[in-house]
Design a protein around this ligand. Structure first.
Ligand code: G6Q
Length: 548
């Protein structure tokens, strides 16, 4: 059965939300807090190690009720069961979307074309565990019988961003192996990594679902050529492993068939870190921690699947995001983790969210007449406070922001952590309350500032406040909690895709880039510029002349 095909703007809920918006547009969040001392009590969800406070938003109970009505009218409940039941909801590629199966318990059943995929998943998981143990314990060695010290993950997009983000995020749990990531086809990137590694002690993990991606194949060939300057052809089997669905192409590359970790076409690249694509994660932090990451994601899957929508974290966050995107006209959302470990979370979610929901054709095959995917950006706090927070506080744009913080620091450095977290709390409070002209004047009075100067400076120092935020306060940055957090955003993507009536799991925009670059490369190789617009012709000619 196909996903529901409903233009959200034709629903009653949408029309009612539009009417409701005209009353809420200039509403003050601060006043809502002043009028109702139980507001935070009403608008938060506590689940496992998560406290999700969404009270600092421009919403009332009526807003939420109307948004929840919208989920009924777009048949979200039915869509969720289609998603988890392995129906072909990636319709334009005729595939199921089953990253949730990768983190389900062995006893679960996930059917693809009538076959339960759990035994295959667990076989691969078992191989990941075995391989991780062999490398980390030193049972497997390099071609000069030295222990491995470095891992290089070669992949791009979904075959890079997830493992890179998690390895960085779980650094605290890391073992002795150093993990590097090569993604860009920029030769300078690969050469900078080569400078840091020794062929005798480095294991290369080539990750490519299709094994046809230009960047990954080019980087892998460059690495293999470099490796073979010190080693023999038969040593490749000891130092190169691959993760792919394309077993034939991997063996053609020269990788031993025993060194291939399979994946499946029902796992999208940007949702694949839970599969063997996460091999570098398992190597970096050990299989047990990798498994805990999966377990945390599975717990969020269960919450999403079973919890009523009014208490369902991904659903509520998705609805609030739709509210700002489609009614207030907000174009972007910021994600600000208050931990340096999550510095790659925003780039990771940029792919997940923007590649999934950056679509303009509805599930009816026609252009949509409303806004879809939001622009995602962010950096850790407090660094971002000293950079772009100015625009969030006093700029002209509305930027709904997720603040992610942790109750307990990993190294127990209370002094630092209390300072970090006081910034975390102070920022959302300031974004909510702003600073009134009276408060500014009171500060000036205290300083004894003369009237003319105070009158001049005052408008610049006033903060309107009323800037919406969600606060995710999580107990500790553990593998389980990271798994839950990532799965939370995955399901938020799903809910928004359903509401916007788009297909979230294809990526034709990425495919276009792959084709275009190949045809221009032909022209560059033959030093013959074909017919283009005059700008592209000018640029190509300049590039070729310089190269000559
Ligand atoms: C992700 C995208 C894309 C993909 C890369 C790498 O959802 O499809 O980012 O992951 O293009 O593709 P391969 O893994 O096939 O090399």
């Amino acid at each position: 059965m196909s996903l529901p095909n409903i233009n959200p703007t034709n629903t009653n809920a949408w029309l009612n939300l539009q009417k409701h918006f005209s009353m809420m547009e200039n509403n003050s969040i601060k006043e809502m807090f002043q009028k109702d001392s139980t507001r935070a009590e009403k608008f938060h969800i506590q689940w496992n190690d998560f406290l999700v406070d969404f009270s600092k938003n421009n919403i009332t109970q009526e807003t939420l009720d109307l948004l929840l009505k919208l989920t009924e009218e777009v048949n979200l409940k039915q869509a969720i069961s289609q998603y988890f039941n392995g129906e072909l909801i990636n319709q334009t590629e005729n595939r199921a979307v089953l990253h949730t199966a990768l983190r389900a318990p062995q006893t679960a059943t996930f059917l693809v074309d009538g076959t339960n995929v759990m035994p295959e998943i667990y076989e691969v998981k078992h191989n990941i565990e075995k391989f991780t143990h062999e490398i980390t314990s030193g049972i497997r060695t390099g071609f000069t019988v030295k222990h491995f010290t470095d891992i290089v993950n070669i992949g791009i997009g979904g075959s890079d961003l997830g493992p890179a983000m998690v390895v960085e995020a779980l650094q605290y749990y890391k073992n002795h192996l150093t993990v590097h990531f090569i993604s860009n086809v920029d030769g300078d990137h690969v050469n900078e990594i080569i400078k840091k590694i020794n062929p005798e002690t480095t294991l290369f993990v080539i990750v490519s679902k299709t094994f046809t991606t230009q960047e990954t194949l080019t980087n892998s060939e460059t690495i293999r050529t470099w490796f073979l300057k010190s080693a023999k052809q038969e040593d490749v089997a000891k130092h190169f492993v691959a993760v792919s669905t394309n077993i034939q192409k991997v063996t053609e590359f020269g990788i031993d068939v025993n060194n291939i970790f399979p994946m499946w076409d029902w796992v999208g690249g940007r949702f694949s870190l839970w599969s063997a694509v996460g091999l570098s994660i398992s190597l970096a932090v050990g299989f047990d921690n990798f498994d805990k990451l999966l377990k945390g994601a599975n717990q969020m899957d269960e919450h999403f699947k079973n919890e009523s929508f009014d208490k369902n974290i991904p659903v509520i966050l998705a609805l609030i995001s739709v509210w700002y995107n489609n009614f207030f006209g907000a174009e972007s959302e910021a994600i600000i983790p208050y931990t340096q470990y999550l510095q790659k979370l925003a780039p990771y979610l940029q792919q997940g969210i923007m590649e999934s929901n950056g679509k303009s054709i509805g599930r009816d095959g026609k252009p949509v007449n409303y806004q879809t995917g939001t622009i995602i950006w962010g950096e850790p706090g407090t660094n971002s406070q000293h950079a772009f927070f100015q625009l969030i506080h006093q700029g002209t744009k509305l930027i709904p922001t997720d603040f992610i913080g942790f109750v307990t620091p990993l190294y127990g450095n209370e002094d630092h952590h209390d300072k970090l977290m006081s910034n975390f709390f102070a920022q959302t409070e300031a974004l909510l309350n702003g600073k009134t002209s009276e408060q500014v004047q009171a500060e000036f009075d205290k300083q004894g500032m003369e009237k003319s100067k105070a009158d001049y400076l005052k408008p610049f120092k006033v903060f309107t406040g009323n800037k919406p935020t969600n606060t995710l306060l999580i107990q500790k940055l553990t593998p389980e909690n990271l798994g839950s957090l990532v799965a939370m955003y995955e399901h938020k993507i799903f809910v928004q895709g359903i509401i916007w009536n788009i297909f979230s799991y294809d990526q034709w925009g990425v495919e276009l880039g792959k084709q275009l670059a190949n045809s221009i490369l032909e022209e560059i190789n033959h030093k013959k510029v074909a017919e283009h617009d005059s700008s592209t012709t000018l640029l190509l000619k300049h590039f070729l002349n310089k190269a000559n």
